[in-house]
Design a binder for this molecule. Sequence first.
Ligand code: C2E
Ligand code: MG
Ligand code: MG
Ligand code: MG
Length: 283
Amino acid sequence: RAKAEGRGNVQIFAPRMEREVMRRRDLELELQRALAEGELAVYYQPQFAIDGEAVIGFEALVRWVHPTQGLISPGEFIPIAEQTGLITELDMWVLRNACAQARGWGSVKLAVNLSPVDFRTRDLEAQVKRILEETGFPPERLEIEITENLLFGNQPEAFASLAALRRMGIRIALDDFGSGYSSLGYIRRFRVDTIKIDRGFTQNIGQSDDAAAIIDCVVRLARALAITVTAEGVETREQLRYLQLVGCHHVQGYLLAGPVPVSSIERYLERATPAASASRAAI
Ligand code: C2E
Ligand code: MG
Ligand code: MG
Ligand code: MG
């Protein structure tokens, strides 16, 4: 009887698991094709000064416009790309396209996400340098977003690569700050230029006194170290008001603008202004 039930369970669950495994394998093969055949696109999410009006930059966010499955989110295919070793090719594709597109956008910042896996590539700095040269994009306008996992992984090569990128004039942002094994020690050891407060904290403003207190504390600390603070995932006026109150520098979120295709960038450029440097803002 137990055996029968067991078999029953298998019958119920196996097809679903199998479908999932097959979908992953399909995506893996198709991602390679997508990259080659131009199915990927770069969307841009505006970043705003704390007034919520002036646009100070854009974050490049990759999208997969799949011919039959529609828009697939990076949350689904970035992990697959990381596991199959396609990620660096993908990230360099995004970097190249974003630099080429954003070159003529005045002096606003361009933020591009890199995976921790990219930092295992021996010639990462050389690849980035070549892309900047070929697109004519000024390194001072580029900000590379990395996650805490990279620093937590503690790979000496990663620290060397980050230092080389900074020497080129590129800024480094610590993404999703507070979501993982973040440590203030890492910020001190490797001076990042920007901290991006994870949207988990932002969205708890007004719900949790702890989240509000942590944000306040992170902003103070960052200001003392002349680091710029961007709050991610701002969705309400109340959240924006609190971030203004504690002195956060920049904001990003659906309240102000979601990621848009390059064809919709114009109206944000009309509101563009170069970002004040963190050290000036810290005074
Ligand atoms: P991220 O770098 O932290 O990017 C922010 C994500 O939050 C984006 O999701 C953005 O669309 C979303 N978002 C922005 N404002 C709001 C808001 O107000 N509320 C909420 N709920 N979400 C908001 P997206 O585009 O789906 O990207 C997800 C993640 O995928 C990114 O997180 C980043 O880690 C990764 N990713 C995206 N593009 C690339 C890329 O070109 N290379 C690499 N390596 N990773 C990428
Ligand atoms: Mg990011
Ligand atoms: Mg983030
Ligand atoms: Mg992220």
